[in-house]
Design a protein around this ligand. Structure first.
Ligand code: SF4
Ligand code: SF4
Length: 348
C-alpha cells in the first residue's frame, strides 16, 4: 500500500491515546505450529507432534476486523509458515484485500516455493544464525545454510528487485561469528540484515516455563565473555559501510544496545531503554487461533470463539493496555522484540 490517508493517521493516533483499538496496522499470524528447524534457542519445534494450523476459514473470518482496523501488513511468522499446506491460499485471501504479506521463514523450502512466493508474498525475512558451519549447527539441520542461500539466489535470479532481508538473534553461540554473518548475508544477495539479542527469560516461543538457569546459560553470554562481545560490537560499529547504506537495519546505538542488554543481566547497567507500542499497533494470532497482545503476554481470546475486534476491545484488554507501562514493566524491560510504530509512519 502506498502512503496512508489522514483518517488512518487519525485513527492510529486515537488508538494510542485511548487504548481502544480503532486502527491496527500490523497483524502477526502463525499459520503453522511446527517448524522444520530445531534451533537451540527455541522450543517451538519440540511441540511439532502437536500440530495446529490456521485455516482459510480462520483468515476469512478475520477480514471484517482487519478491514475495519485498516490493517496494512500481515507478518507470517512461525513455526515455519510454509509447512501449512494452504499457506499461499491464506496469502491470496489477504492480498485480495490489498494487505501486504511478509513471510518470516527458515528458508529451507523457499527455492521449491519460489514461484508462489513471488506471486503471493511481498517480501521475505530469513533467519540466519551464522556462517555455513554455525548456522547448520545452531539450526540442528545439516545443509540448512546452503538451502537458504540457494533459495535466496534463485528468487533473486528471477526478480533481482524482490526484497529479502535477514534476521539474526545474537547469543553466546554466534556472537564471535557476527562479522561473518554480515559478510555471508551480503555475499548471498540479501538486501538488509537485522540483529537482536536472545530472549532467555520469558515464556514466549512455546516455552511452558521460562528457561531454568542452566538452559539460559547455554545462550546467555557470560559475564567473562562480555569484553569480547564489546570488541565485536566496537568493530562492527566502526565499519561505516554497514550503516551508511543501511545494510544493517539498526542504528549503531541499537547495535551497542545488544551489548548493554547482556551486560544488564549481570547488573553492569540497566536494560537498554526502549519505546514499544506493539499491543496498540499489532497483535499476534497463533496457529490454534489464540490471540495475544504481543508475543510475551498471555492469551486474551481465540478467533474461533469471537471476532478479533471483540477480543482486542474487550473491557479487560482495553484496561490491560491502559495500565501497561512499557518503561517500567519488568517483562517489557527484558523484551527483545519491541515494536514502535508512530501514527504517521507508513508501512509502504
Ligand atoms: S527459532 Fe524459528 S526457525 Fe528455529 S526452531 Fe524456532 S521457530 Fe523454527
Ligand atoms: S516491550 Fe515487548 S513485552 Fe512489552 S509490549 Fe512491547 S513487545 Fe510486548
Amino acid at each position: 500500500m502506498t502512503g496512508q490517508s489522514l483518517y488512518s493517521t487519525y485513527k492510529r493516533y486515537r488508538t494510542l491515546k485511548t487504548s481502544v483499538i480503532s486502527a491496527l496496522p500490523i497483524v502477526i499470524l502463525m499459520p503453522h505450529s511446527a517448524c522444520n528447524c530445531r534451533c537451540v534457542m527455541c522450543d517451538i519445534w519440540k511441540d511439532n507432534k502437536n500440530l495446529k494450523q490456521l485455516s482459510e476459514q480462520d483468515i476469512t473470518g478475520l477480514l471484517d476486523s482487519l478491514n475495519s482496523f485498516g490493517t496494512q501488513q500481515v507478518l507470517m511468522s512461525g513455526g515455519e509458515a510454509l509447512l501449512n499446506a494452504n499457506f499461499f491460499k491464506l496469502c491470496e485471501i489477504l492480498k485480495r484485500q490489498k494487505i501486504k504479506v511478509t513471510l518470516l521463514t527458515t528458508g529451507l523450502t523457499i527455492k521449491k516455493n519460489a514461484s508462489q512466493i513471488l506471486e503471493w508474498v511481498d517480501d521475505l525475512i530469513v533467519s540466519l544464525d551464522g556462517d555455513e558451519f554455525l548456522h547448520d549447527a545452531i539450526r540442528n539441520i545439516p545443509g540448512a545454510f546452503n538451502k537458504l542461500k540457494e533459495g535466496v539466489q534463485h528468487i533473486k535470479s528471477i526478480n533481482p528487485d524482490y526484497r529479502i532481508t535477514a534476521r539474526t538473534v545474537i547469543h553466546r553461540l554466534n556472537f564471535r561469528n557476527w562479522e561473518a554473518i554480515i559478510s555471508e548475508s551480503r555475499a548471498m544477495g540479501i538486501n538488509q540484515v537485522s540483529f537482536l539479542p536472545a530472549d532467555v527469560s520469558s515464556h514466549a516461543f512455546n516455552r511452558q516455563m521460562a528457561w531454568e538457569e542452566p538452559k539460559q546459560h547455554e545462550i546467555l553470554i557470560s559475564e567473562k565473555e562480555l569484553p569480547e562481545l564489546l570488541e565485536v560490537v566496537t568493530r562492527i560499529t566502526a565499519n561505516e559501510s554497514n550503516f551508511k547504506t543501511h545494510f544493517i537495519a539498526e542504528s549503531k546505538e541499537k547495535i551497542r544496545d545488544i551489548y548493554q542488554y547482556y551486560a544488564a543481566f549481570y547488573g553492569l547497567n540497566p536494560f537498554p531503554f526502549k519505546k514499544c507500542n506493539a499491543p496498540w499497533v499489532s497483535t499476534v494470532i497463533e496457529a490454534d487461533g489464540n490471540v495475544r497482545p504481543c508475543f510475551f503476554y498471555d492469551v486474551i481470546g481465540n478467533i474461533r470463539d469471537q471476532s478479533l475486534a471483540e477480543i482486542l476491545n474487550s473491557k479487560e484488554v482495553i484496561s490491560f493496555r491502559k495500565t501497561l507501562d512499557v518503561a517500567t514493566n519488568s517483562t517489557c524491560m527484558k523484551c527483545v522484540c519491541s515494536l514502535n510504530l508512530p501514527p504517521r509512519m507508513s508501512l509502504a
